[in-house]
Design a protein around this ligand. Structure first.
Ligand code: IMP
Ligand code: MG
Length: 174
């Protein structure tokens, strides 16, 4: 499997991240939001978004995993490792993609348990599909077809994260 058709160019991604930065700057004006990046997929999105906002924000990350290759395993690992620095905070979850909804729903539930005052979600991509778990996502970069994509942080068995575009993973022609 290799990266094929380009769905989103570097330029398109950069322009949209700047827009999202402006929206978040307006929304969180006067507050000190805590950006929670879901690693590793949100790596580049989080870094670019932080440079696009003009806010006195803080960042923290959690490493979660539910995928094995191109399939969701249905199990979410890593939530227990989230510490208690979320109490009374306005938290913005930053993730690469809203697919089944399991990751985002799990993180929201955990943040409520840990006493966050407010939880909002910003994802770069949302797949157009029936999400298994409904989640209210507050900011979405792009809606994309229900295909497996790589690049700009998104991986296939940990490969292709460094691609500057978002590409569809394809079977190589023989
Ligand atoms: P969920 O199914 O909504 O819980 O998505 C969980 C995670 O699976 C995402 O944060 C991604 O890391 C990964 N994932 C889902 N769809 C894709 C994809 O098309 N490419 C790469 N990773 C994906
Ligand atoms: Mg992820």
């Amino acid at each position: 499997m290799t990266p094929g058709r380009c769905l989103l160019s570097q330029k398109q991604i950069q322009a949209r991240v700047r827009q999202l930065g402006r929206l978040l700057t307006r929304h969180y004006a006067g507050e000190r939001p805590l950006f929670l990046g879901i690693m590793n997929g949100a790596l580049f999105f989080l870094a670019d978004l932080l440079r696009a906002v003009e806010l006195d924000s803080e960042i923290t990350c959690v490493r979660l995993a539910s995928y094995s290759g191109a399939k969701s395993t249905g199990k979410l690992r890593g939530l227990e490792a989230m510490g208690d620095s979320f109490r009374d905070r306005h938290v913005l979850i930053v993730d690469d993609i809203f697919d089944t909804g399991r990751t985002l729903a799990g993180v929201v539930r955990r943040l409520r348990e840990l006493g966050a005052a407010d939880v909002k979600i910003c994802v770069l991509l949302e797949k157009r599909r029936r999400h298994e778990i409904p989640v209210k996502v507050d900011w979405i970069g792009f809606k994309i077809p229900d295909e497996f994509v790589v690049g700009y942080g998104l991986d296939y068995h940990d490969r292709y994260r460094g691609l500057k575009q978002i590409r569809v993973l394809e079977r190589p022609a023989v």
